[in-house]
Design a protein around this ligand. Structure first.
Ligand SMILES: *[C@@H]1O[C@H](CO)[C@@H](O)[C@H](O)[C@H]1NC(C)=O
Ligand SMILES: *[C@@H]1O[C@H](CO)[C@@H](O)[C@H](O)[C@H]1NC(C)=O
Length: 316
């Protein structure tokens, strides 16, 4: 006997409504599980074909050219222990502590610099106490620039993870050739927020000196916030305001963030949001085995993370 029309139309609809909730829940669980598994996938991005090594971009500098042609490069860094203390004023543990970071990563940086013939400089003595310590990177770079062809600035919360990669080859990958005299003066990476001031190269030139002086003078950007000091925003403002032609000639942006400024990827609300809405930016910036440098940007307890990455580096 055929079902009555009302049965035919009402029953399935009723069943569908009951299916709704378990379907939604299982969909949510599947989504969560796949996000949970995206951490190891991103960590293996290079093995999966991501092109982050300098030799994917331009032919590397030949070492047979002799040492005379090699640019003089200084890796400059410092960390100010008071940064964590300042953030903790008013009780509680320091939110974003840099305490002990420099001690933890200094050996890594010195060994890399010594192996490659660069200088490593801890510019701790140059900190200007009237501003948040991050601003003093400008003074540190500026004061060492006269003595080198290039200064490679590293925030303290960075670790060289692949010491076989030469800085010259990273520069060649960005500028597209090995004539350093015809190179941009400032070489940076971009992340979700645009230019990142945590790791960058500056070439000795009149343009660079003026850029650094102007950057330092952007005092209206100074913030005394626990996570934002304003130096990054000021740098971005300055680059954004350059006439297009000046920007093209003087500022080189790495084709991939992971060329020299990779961020560790963990499934947090923020990183998951970014993975969904900016998958390409996430993909090209997430730290993967084989990348040159990991930058613990945005992480708390940096000393512990730095130690963890150093440990991993020894076992790679
Ligand atoms: C930066 O400010 C100082 C002091 O006000 C000034 O002497 C200098 O010319 C400024 N430099 C640049 C590049 O704006
Ligand atoms: C200083 O720079 C570090 C490294 O990029 C960053 O994690 C930290 O949040 C900055 N501190 C402030 C106060 O902006």
């Amino acid at each position: 006997m055929p079902p009555r029309p009302s049965d035919r139309w009402h029953r399935p609809r009723h069943r569908n409504r009951r299916l709704w909730i378990p379907l939604l829940i299982s969909g949510f669980v599947v989504a969560l599980a796949s996000l949970e598994s995206s951490a190891p996938v991103l960590r293996r991005a290079n093995a999966l074909g991501r092109r982050c090594s300098p030799d994917h971009f331009a032919s590397p500098a030949s070492s047979s050219g002799g040492d005379i042609l090699r640019p003089r490069i200084a890796i400059v860094s410092f960390s100010d222990d008071r940064e964590g203390l300042a953030a903790s004023r008013g009780g509680g543990r320091p939110r974003r502590s840099f305490r002990g970071v420099m001690e933890t990563v200094e050996g890594n940086k010195r060994a890399y610099a010594a192996g490659m013939g660069y200088d490593f400089i801890d510019a701790k003595g140059l900190v200007d106490r009237s501003r948040p310590p991050n601003w003093s990177k400008i003074l540190a770079v500026r004061s060492h620039l006269p003595y080198y062809d290039w200064v490679f600035w590293n925030d303290a919360d960075t670790v060289v993870m692949n010491p076989a990669i030469e800085l010259e080859n990273i520069l060649i990958a960005v500028i597209g050739h090995s004539d350093f005299h015809a190179s941009p003066d400032l070489v940076v990476t971009e992340d979700f927020n645009g230019v990142n001031s945590g790791v960058f190269f500056v070439r000795r030139s009149a343009w660079s000196e003026s850029f650094l002086d102007t950057w330092w003078n952007l005092t209206s950007f100074i913030r005394f916030d626990s996570t934002k000091s304003g130096d990054n925003a000021a740098m971005e403002h300055l680059i954004g305001r350059l006439p297009p032609e000046e920007s093209r000639v003087h500022v080189g942006v790495a084709p991939m963030q992971c060329l020299f400024n990779s961020y560790p990827w963990f499934p947090t609300w923020k990183s998951v949001y970014r993975l969904i809405f900016s998958p390409w930016t996430t993909w090209q910036g997430a730290y993967s085995d084989g990348d040159f440098m990991v930058h613990l940007a945005g992480l708390d307890d940096k000393r512990r993370w730095a130690a963890k990455f150093l440990q991993q580096m020894r076992t790679i």
